[in-house]
Design a protein around this ligand. Structure first.
Ligand code: BT5
Length: 334
């Protein structure tokens, strides 16, 4: 099933009313009178709300009462209380999809989708960088965001790094832990990958037309199962899942925090405030200061990771300094 923040207005109306009156029972007649819809429509919407995973208690003569929320990351749940100006206000939810990135890249052609969020409960063909696979079972957060940046095309390599910083800030605020950032754009906990980032940019005469940011977060996944599926795949170094750390944080809370953090960082990038981002990223980085081996398209490079440049390139020192824009990194030692 697909749901968008613009559909299901009837369901949302009934649901919002049940949410604000969840200490009392509301009869079908009350709902029909207040919301100005027929009794049949009320009944249909209640049925749909239950199908969506909300728990509703129905008592004869008393009516309906909302007992608990759904676990699904439905568009109206994400937008309710969301504090961003633009990002995420338009949301599309899929039960299952090939890849949110694929869907978002198609939608990105339409300028009206600037800021839109595409999210799925599971992906059948989740993608990593360079055509790799991304395992995306139920329990994770798999999403893509469409953006139309004002910043220069030369900043396109800093954008995923900045997005990783935004996600790590959100994880810290929700889970009260400090995740580490592994160059170029992985988020790790105790050296294992908890989230990955993928960016697809569409360029027109050397200007960024749109950018699609894909984020995969292992929120509550079976780590052993994923690790078994991934042994010997490129850039595999172990999997971590967030839920183990703090059980009372919801995916919804984390997504909303992330969208807020992302919007702040996106505004910094649009105002050319790269230095601030690089400074913050460096503070959280597990790569800088380590001896590393880098696997790039042009071969292997070893040396000490010194810093990242203004555009996010990694500077490796080994007799001379080498600038690397993309690759996989193996941390060797301090
Ligand atoms: C990434 O690539 O880390 C980017 C991942 C982006 C996934 C999101 S989910 C929403 C959106 N829609 C998509 O289709 N994709 C994006 P890379 O750095 O190339 O890492 C890929 C490697 O990570 C694989 O070769 C595996 O070794 C490992 N991997 C795959 N699934 C994983 C998982 N769930 N958790 C941890 N590691 C994983």
């Amino acid at each position: 099933m697909v749901y968008s923040s613009k559909d299901n207005q009837g369901v949302i109306k009934v649901l919002s009313f049940l949410k604000t009156h969840n200490t009392e029972y509301l009869s079908g007649q009350d709902l029909s009178d207040v919301l100005k819809i027929s009794r049949v429509a009320v009944w249909k919407h209640i049925k749909k709300i239950k199908e969506l995973g909300y728990k509703i208690e129905s008592k004869q003569k008393l009516g309906y009462r909302l007992v608990s929320n759904t676990n699904l990351l439905l568009p109206w749940e994400i937008t309710q209380g969301l504090k961003t100006k633009k990002i995420g206000h338009q949301t599309y939810y899929f039960d299952s999809v090939n890849s949110t990135q694929e869907q978002a890249m198609k939608m990105a052609q339409d300028p009206k989708n600037n800021g839109a969020l595409v999210i799925a409960q599971s992906q059948t063909e989740g993608k990593g960088r360079a055509g790799r696979k991304w395992i995306s079972p139920k329990g994770g957060i798999w999403l893509s965001i469409i953006l139309r940046p004002e910043f220069d095309v030369s900043m396109v390599t800093l954008f995923p790094i900045a997005s990783a910083l935004a996600l790590s800030n959100a994880i810290e605020k929700c889970f009260k832990i400090k995740p580490e950032l592994k160059w170029p754009n992985d988020i790790t906990i105790q050296g294992k990958k908890v989230a990955g980032i993928l960016v697809d940019a569409s360029l027109e005469s050397n200007k960024i037309e749109n950018i699609v940011l894909g984020i995969g977060i292992n929120f509550d996944v079976n780590v052993n199962q994923i690790e078994k599926d991934l042994k010997n795949t490129p850039n595999f170094y172990g999997v971590a899942s967030l839920q183990k750390i703090k059980k009372d944080t919801t995916p919804l809370h984390l997504i909303q925090k992330f969208l807020e953090e992302l919007e702040n960082i996106f505004e910094l990038l649009n105002k050319d405030q790269n230095k601030k981002i690089i400074k913050e990223w460096t503070k959280r980085s597990s790569t800088i200061g380590k001896n590393v081996e880098l696997i790039t398209r042009d071969g292997k490079i070893s040396g000490k990771a010194i810093k990242i440049d203004d555009d996010g390139a990694l500077i490796i020192s080994n007799k001379k300094n080498t600038r690397v824009l993309a690759g996989d990194i193996i941390h060797l030692s301090k």
